[in-house]
Design a protein around this ligand. Sequence first.
Ligand SMILES: [Zn+2]
Length: 354
Amino acid sequence: MTPNPGPTAEEQIAFLGKIERLLSEGQFVATYKFALLLAIADLAVKLGRDDGGELDLPIRAIAEEFIELYWRQAAPYGNSVADDSYNILKQNTGRQAAIISIVDNLRQTHGTLMRARQSTAWTTAVTDATRLVRDMPLWRLQRLRNEVLDFLYSESPVADHIRLKHGVAANLRRFHAIIVRLAQSEWMHFIQALPGNSQLLGPTSDLGQFLFGADRSALVRMATPLADVQKGQCLYCRRRVDRGEIDHFVPWSRYPRDLAHNLVLAHKECNRQKSDLLAAEVHLDRWMARNQAHGPAISEAARTAAIVVDIAGTVSVAGWAYAHGASLRAATWLQGDEVEPLSGRWQSLLMEYG
Ligand SMILES: [Zn+2]
């Protein structure tokens, strides 16, 4: 194989500039394009590599990400009103976006994303969402007012996948945090600006948490099973923890998805100190060992708590997060206010167990 170097510094900057143009110059009648960009960025993290290669993404995989992204957004917003359907935030300037009825049907019948995924209705819903993704945002995302900026993937017809162009997956992985923040904030502003939402929203400030935050009530259900597998100890300082918190090992700010094996029990104080930093390699070692020894028990508890189980995906997200941290020479959190650089040991740790 010929070596396929990743994007140069100039190419990286040009890429970010184009992402910004998509979000600022594109015309938006629904929130689909934000969801599509987020779905592609998340899949690049899960399935892509850091070299400059192309990456094929099945449209069905994008559709599944779509359903996940809209899952919490299709929940009734704010204080309950008798008629739930009235309570769902609008995602479109005209009639309510079609994805909402697909997701709402699943929600009404199955309650949780986890149960919906295991049901026979899931395949049909993904097929419907696939058609929607193909018919709408896929060919609109890269259209500006009077220009086509098809730098992410080619718009020519494809069977059942899109092919990310050379270097795109690498750039999406490198700039994942920036792209997610941009797309989420544009998405939120779009929803706030829709006249149909003003009555529902009122002067609230928790919209960002509602749209993109973690599902705290599901996480709480993991506290007891995680205390069992961690023998009542905080994953980080290994001291006894009585009323701890559920922490995302790879921080939520870097990868905003609940994956069961990414959850750890920790002291509130340890969680606060770690904040949005990656955990030091000594913690990574302990986290990998915990998942190695107790993976099935955690999966089982997660199914009851209705949290997504994907061990391979979780390890691959961790691999991406640490490689990204290493490339930025990021500080990792050790304890208290102590941080340290990565030594490189993370590579063998993730390989050993992964
Ligand atoms: Zn602790």
